[in-house]
Design a protein around this ligand. Structure first.
Ligand SMILES: [Zn+2]
Length: 64
């Protein structure tokens, strides 16, 4: 088996990589990849906040 990052021979301790450095490189790829895919849509959050504000404004607290 060869390292998917640099194609060198893998070392048992770092399988499937050849070294911690390559394992870190792969981890970095995963992290940047997950950042590229937004988990929540900012537009949706803003719309939801606006909606909540509107519903709150439509029912104002009545002063005694
Ligand atoms: Zn490597």
């Amino acid at each position: 088996m060869s390292c998917p990052i640099c194609s060198k021979q893998t070392i048992k301790a770092f399988r499937p990589f050849c070294s911690k450095r390559c394992a870190d490189v792969d981890l970095g790829k995963w992290l940047t990849g997950s950042y590229a895919v937004p988990s929540d849509d900012p537009d949706d959050i803003e719309a939801a906040l606006e909606e909540a504000e509107r519903t709150g404004a439509s029912a104002p607290p009545k002063a005694p």
